[in-house]
Design a protein around this ligand. Sequence first.
Ligand code: DAT
Ligand code: MG
Length: 238
Amino acid sequence: MASQLIRSGSKAARALLSASRNSPLLSEGKGVAVAALANAGRKLSTAASFYEKSGGNNTSQSKWFSAALAIPAAGYMLMDKEAHAAEMERTFIAIKPDGVQRGLIAEIISRFERKGYKLVAIKLVVPSKEFAQKHYHDLKERPFFSGLCDFLSSGPVLAMVWEGEGVIKYGRKLIGATNPQASEPGTIRGDLAVVVGRNIIHGSDGPETAKDEIALWFKPDELVSYTSNAEKWIYGVN
Ligand code: DAT
Ligand code: MG
């Protein structure tokens, strides 16, 4: 009985969470799931305290109440884990024409993949110069702007979105300093590039840029939300 109740509690939590994840209003959906589970918890605690006050001591009934009280607990645990996955941040990463031409796609993707980040969008495109100017709009006053945009639009670029906890900031760490002469060994630019004009990879530099760049390079339906089987081994709190 107890395990059955817990199982159905978890199932309900899972259903709520997957519904919330599929909702375009992700945070609102999650809020609904939280509220529903919190409500279930409140109702059950009230029932339990009524039972205690009424002096009930029937063993099978006691078991029923402990099992019932475990439902929201199980739900909360599950919800915490799943909501965690649903809240992950995303960053825009692009392998520039030099990285693509040098055959470094697999090498670069493997570094993000091995770290534990999740690929949620990918495509190979040759951007126009106008598109490159949009992408690098914040650098339009710099003397190298035109050359940079010519370069970005000179061949195929592998555009990607990677997802994971802290992926924006840590993605930049994996990439290394802008100028490969200053990038640490072990970073992508440190290991695989020599000069700033051919530093093979782009990564969003903050949450706002990530949001804008993902929207510039991808349509919403090109982003794939899914649960990776590895997630339960990559995330966890002891
Ligand atoms: P990052 O790509 O590390 O975010 P950024 O946004 O300052 O660096 O510049 C975008 C790109 O412009 C960079 O990857 C390479 C090029 N770039 C930057 N500084 C440059 C410079 N001084 N001379 C030539 N190209 C430069
Ligand atoms: Mg930048």
